[in-house]
Design a protein around this ligand. Sequence first.
Ligand code: TMP
Length: 206
Amino acid sequence: MKKNPYQGKFIVIEGIDGCGKSTQTGLLLDCLQHVHHRKAHGTSEPTASLIGGIIRSQIAEDWKSSNECLQLLFSADRLYHLEKEVIPLLKKGVAVISDRYFFSTLAYGAATMGETDWLLRINDKIILPDIVFLLKISAKTGIERIHANRHGIKLFEKEKIVEKVARNYKQLAKQFRNITVIVDGEQTIEKVAKEIQNILVKRNLL
Ligand code: TMP
């Protein structure tokens, strides 16, 4: 993986299901655009592309393939995402905020099948984000939030898996410590948002 060589900053928000990623992506986008008057774009993985559609149907358990096939699809979706959406914007100097990126493949993929080295290898062609905010909540909070907000429980939301995913994220934060910042996701929405903004200012990423 190479560093982001483009003018725009690439910011990623990660964490287990229910950690508040989508909320924080939206708040950060709003803050960049309306408080700091920056050109910014919010996006997420899996994408809304054809590959993303196949992924979503497997998550909803309408369709079934192996864990290996699923993480290959996520990784292919990521390359498509970079090629068609993220890189063209970064080249124009637009800041891109992504709700999930390669940490998700490593954390969820390793939780369901191991194979960390292979997962890293199939993501070798991607660019590294400038910063990854890991919103840390306990597996228990994640499951409670999912039960409170959504109907049914999807593929990756079973408690034992969530605990493994949380451990894998912690490991990734160490492995990629130069680009990762852990934020306590159990704080209020406003406090999490403020902390993210302060870190971006401190690191000159705005
Ligand atoms: P979402 O609920 O954030 O849209 O993500 C869908 C699920 O897919 C979530 O449980 C995490 C999982 N996932 C992976 O297993 N690998 C990946 O590469 C990505 C992006 C998500």
